[in-house]
Design a protein around this ligand. Structure first.
Ligand code: HEC
Length: 137
């Protein structure tokens, strides 16, 4: 009987230890960080750091919330926060780097009548901006 109680105590200690180890490991896990730049770069072949500058340069932030981009507080269009978790966008397109880049390059072509302006964005620029957006957790 006493042995059984001792075993139970050990088990409790072991479970607490495992829980504690898991909690301590969480911050090291990319999924709970705000950004995962390696993933953004890997998925798109673009450069997230350059993309961040371009998102500011093209004034995307004047209409969209974009975490991590200076002045990224635009309120006239959808927030782009947590982009990498989005499964679709514009309620239509599967959220893939390719679809996003096509949208950025030519919104009026992808959705006639849209109020998002055509900004004459090159394939390279759209790739870098997509790299940043797909880095946002
Ligand atoms: C003048 C305001 C404006 C600017 C500037 C602008 N957008 Fe948009 N954007 C919109 C609007 C409005 C929509 C919704 C379009 C629609 O539904 O037809 C949109 C839609 C989007 C979407 C899809 C969002 C979703 O949740 O489905 C993305 C991604 C996006 N914009 C990224 C960008 C990026 C990147 C830039 C800069 C290169 C940019 N936008 C510049 C107004 C803007």
């Amino acid at each position: 009987m006493l042995d059984a109680i001792a075993d139970l105590r050990n088990l409790k200690r072991l479970v607490s230890f495992i829980l504690l180890a898991l909690i301590m490991a969480l911050p090291a896990c990319n999924l709970v960080r705000d950004f995962d730049f390696k993933r953004g770069a890997r998925m798109t072949g673009g450069n997230p750091e350059v993309g961040r500058k371009k998102l500011a340069h093209y004034s995307c932030v004047s209409c969209h919330v974009i975490p991590g981009v200076p002045k990224g507080e635009g309120k006239s269009a959808q927030s782009l926060a947590h982009w990498s978790w989005r499964r679709t966008f514009l309620n239509t397109y599967k959220n893939t780097p390719e679809n996003l880049e096509k949208w950025l390059q030519n919104p009026s072509h992808r959705k006639p009548g849209t109020t998002m302006p055509d900004l004459n964005i090159s394939p390279q620029d759209s790739r870098d901006m997509a790299a940043y957006l797909f880095s946002i957790n």
